[in-house]
Write a protein that binds this ligand. Structure first.
Ligand SMILES: Cc1cc2nc3c(=O)[nH]c(=O)nc-3n(C[C@H](O)[C@H](O)[C@H](O)COP(=O)(O)OP(=O)(O)OC[C@H]3O[C@@H](n4cnc5c(N)ncnc54)[C@H](O)[C@@H]3O)c2cc1C
Length: 405
């Protein structure tokens, strides 16, 4: 009899327990509130409190600061489970797991770590990241945010848009130009306390989805930045800091992919349950081959993208950074899988799929934003295409053989 090998990405006991915990919090606390947050655009405070009570926020933060010191795999497990129920709430955990706190721990100075990481680990503070500007989204190297020297520190002048959670966060990691910077040279990042003088919440974007977690426009007018607030200094003669920051976004891209796959999995399972219950013209929906094929296509898309994500996560190792090519492939594949699956889930529910009384249309609207945030699908494909054309390869050994003739 043929024997099966083991799944190289099988979860260990701790990871399984973490998944169970996150699934329980998502089902009991997040799912029942998700529609309310979507309808009202109210910040999901109760969901935040539930995630905090379950001690989920600290999982990726070092034990020294009150966290559990886990890595990207565990972050993805939790994000998948939370996003099955409510992507608006999951994105708050994403900001803690893969946003500024992760960057602070990997790249920051000791004072910065001691000041901010305990707040992140305990769930006492949300963190935000300010990269995008109205004239510098995909073309991030066109940013205008700038520091000017002042004493032993700087003054920051910047206007950042689409700052997820910026209206509620305690701090924002602002990417900006250090004195003398041009192009990608001299771009670095500073951590700004959002209660500081000169910081203004200029507004929040009105959006299609992810409506419970707003994206803010933040203005920084002559905001003081001390030496201990510099996460990574930009050198006007070098693009190294910019490259480091871009590389670090791979954590966020993997988290984004995990949320897409969790949301898509939730939509698929909702559609399966609906098809089992729904009888049309005397026949259950599950009996139609055309609809069975939809379920097959949805399953194939999710499973394919999940394997790509698992590879990127496992290549990162427990405390490393996911590699750029594998991450870009996983992010783009997960975005496209989620768009396809959530769209088909709406179709499978017929008119009810289009109704706001059923969750699948909200999931579609939510994941739509994830196809734009953390680097659009097109920007991932630019990176994949140019790399592969230049001879870049993934970790897959098949690439290394070269053309047959
Ligand atoms: C839900 C959500 C959350 C976000 N959260 C944050 C956040 O917390 N912090 C933050 O800083 N930003 C955030 N953003 C902003 C996001 O990073 C930008 O929207 C994104 O980088 C695209 O920039 P843009 O909107 O200016 O679009 P543009 O750059 O104007 O792009 C418009 C279109 O052109 C395509 N395009 C642009 N350049 C190219 C190219 N060279 N080749 C091919 N296609 C191209 C894009 O893919 C897109 O389809 C968020 C966005 C969303 C939707």
């Amino acid at each position: 009899m043929a024997s099966h090998g083991t799944d190289p990405y099988a979860e260990n006991e701790d990871q399984q327990a973490l998944r169970e915990l996150a699934r329980d919090v998502a089902a009991r606390e997040l799912a029942p509130r998700a529609r309310h947050g979507d309808e009202t655009e109210e910040f999901p405070q109760d969901s935040w409190d539930a995630m905090k009570k379950a001690e989920l926020f600290g999982i990726t933060i070092g034990e020294k600061w009150g966290g559990a010191g886990m890595g990207d795999i565990e972050a993805a497990i939790v994000l998948e489970e939370l996003a099955r129920a409510d992507v608006s709430s999951a994105i708050l955990a994403q900001l803690i797991f893969n946003g500024p706190p992760r960057a602070i721990e990997h790249l920051g100075n000791d004072a910065m770590k001691d000041k901010w990481l305990p707040l992140a680990a305990s769930g006492d503070g949300l963190f935000s990241i300010g990269i995008s500007e109205s004239e510098a989204g995909s073309a991030v190297n066109h940013m205008r945010a700038r520091l000017t020297p002042d004493g032993d520190g700087y003054r920051l002048n910047a206007y950042k848009n689409y700052v997820t959670g910026g209206h509620k966060a305690v701090a924002c990691l602002v990417w900006c130009r250090f004195p003398g910077s041009e192009g990608t040279k001299g771009i670095g990042a500073v951590l700004v306390d959002l209660s500081a003088d000169g910081v203004t919440l200029a507004g929040t974007h009105e959006k299609m989805g992810l409506r419970a977690t707003s994206e803010a426009e933040l203005a920084f007018d002559d905001v003081w930045v001390g030496p201990e607030d510099v996460l990574l200094a930009g050198d006007p003669d070098s693009s190294e800091s910019f490259k480091t920051l871009i590389g670090h976004i791979n954590h966020e891209r993997c988290g984004n992919a995990a949320m897409c796959l969790g949301a898509a999995q939730g939509a698929l399972e909702y559609a399966i349950q609906y098809m089992n219950d729904r009888v049309v013209g005397g026949k259950p929906l599950t009996s139609h081959q055309g609809l069975q094929w939809k379920i097959a296509d949805m399953t194939m898309k999710i499973e394919g993208a999940r394997l790509l994500l698992q590879r990127a996560l496992h290549l990162a190792g427990p405390h490393g950074t996911p590699p750029p090519l594998e991450t870009a492939i996983a992010k783009a594949a997960a975005n496209e899988a989620a768009k396809f699956v959530c769209d088909e889930a709406i179709q499978l529910l017929g008119g009810y799929g289009y109704s706001r009384e059923y969750p699948v249309e909200r999931t579609y609207r939510d994941i739509r934003g994830l196809c734009i945030g953390a680097g659009t699908v097109e920007i991932q494909k630019n990176f994949i295409g140019t790399n592969v054309l230049k001879g870049g390869t993934t970790a897959n050994p098949a690439w290394k053989t070269g053309p047959v003739s």
